[in-house]
Design a protein around this ligand. Structure first.
Ligand SMILES: C[S@@+](CC[C@H](N)C(=O)[O-])C[C@H]1O[C@@H](n2cnc3c(N)ncnc32)[C@H](O)[C@@H]1O
Length: 326
């Protein structure tokens, strides 16, 4: 039987993926065909679906050099305990993973992709894609002020993705009472819904053995029934501010203090003692780095461009450390 998409009148080839094509325009008896088609078109490697501040896309070449040759993404465990947008996770695409981030809204967003909440999420994002360009600033502040019910996972995930895309510079910052307070990014043309990539991310997450968690880094693996021997653990905490004006540490209400940094040193030692390979990135704070050296970690100063400063001229290459052990 010849199948066709009711929207573009094609016989299956090329339908469903083009901008503006909608699965709900397709009669139900053809949906499975279209889904199969979407999956077959999934040559696009899923990539981070958020532009998370502190994201490590630019640091990937340096991080990849330090992934041990013995670690196999098809069989060995991968743990990322400060997940953010998960740049290294998407690059490595491991088949077994524990992914953790203390930011609950971020966790909900990953959860929506991994479970079956994605239809609600896609519907809300489709609505936003259509309505945001009409009144971008008002739309942004309206969605920023929304307090969605706890169980509305799909809508909460859509809100987080939308605020991340339309907000200023991919920042995630909350005030003392935990309310997201990043201003509008002033771009009325932002594409708030990259459907192809979101679907690719969802398909991948649903195809692997993944555990998503939203605890403090130190609690996450302790409660998991996992053998860490041979696992690859990537730790990318909020960086210590390198200057008085770069004090961005408020991804969560609690923030990330110097004491937390020192707890992380101890935790990295514990992970290494369990037989895991540890890779950690952090700002070039020599006092802290010395703590890692004293615990016999290898500390390499590398250079990457960070994009949190609003002035492009001030986003210059800055040194940061990649710390490895085990
Ligand atoms: C630098 S970002 C990680 C960026 C990520 N590597 C990427 O590529 O997008 C740091 C993350 O740590 C999370 N975080 C802050 N405090 C934490 C804690 N105590 N335990 C776990 N995660 C925490 C933040 O919510 C934030 O998403």
């Amino acid at each position: 039987m010849k199948l066709r998409c009711d929207y573009c009148f094609e016989d299956g080839r090329g339908c469903g993926l083009e901008k503006g094509h909608r699965l709900h325009h397709i009669p139900t008896d053809e949906v499975s065909h279209i889904e199969a088609h979407l999956k077959s078109k999934m040559v696009v490697k899923p990539r981070p679906f958020l532009k998370w501040v502190g994201g490590k896309t630019l640091l990937l070449p340096e991080l990849l050099k330090r992934v041990p040759k013995s670690w196999n993404p098809n069989t060995d465990l991968y743990c990322e305990l400060f997940l953010g947008a998960g740049a290294l996770f998407w690059e490595l695409q491991p088949k077994r993973a524990v992914l953790n981030d203390a930011n609950n809204e971020l966790y909900i967003t990953w959860l929506a992709l991994e479970h079956c909440f994605e239809n609600d999420m896609y519907a809300a994002l489709r609505w936003l894609q259509h309505n945001y360009p009409k009144k971008p600033e008002a739309c942004y502040y309206h969605w920023r002020s929304l307090r969605l019910p706890e169980h509305a996972i799909g809508a909460r995930a859509a809100r987080t993705i939308f605020l991340n895309k339309a907000g200023f510079n991919g920042l995630y910052r909350v005030n003392k009472s935990g309310q997201f307070n990043v201003p509008w990014g002033q771009n009325p043309n932002t594409n708030v819904f990259d459907e192809e990539n979101l679907r690719a991310c969802a398909v991948f997450l649903q195809s692997i053995d993944v555990r998503l968690r939203d605890s403090d880094f130190a609690d996450c693996l302790v409660t998991e029934d996992v053998n860490l021997r041979g696992a690859l653990i990537y730790l990318d905490p909020p960086y210590i501010p390198v200057s008085k004006t770069s004090n961005f540490t408020s991804y969560t209400t609690e923030g990330f203090t110097y004491v937390d940094q020192l707890r992380l040193v101890q935790y990295a030692v514990w992970l290494r003692d369990q037989g895991a390979h540890v890779i950690l990135s952090n700002a070039a704070d020599e006092v802290l780095i010395e703590s890692y050296r004293r615990c016999r970690f290898t500390c390499d100063l590398v250079s990457a461009r960070r994009s949190i400063n609003s002035k492009a001229s001030k986003r210059g290459p800055i040194g940061e450390y990649i710390i490895t052990g085990g």
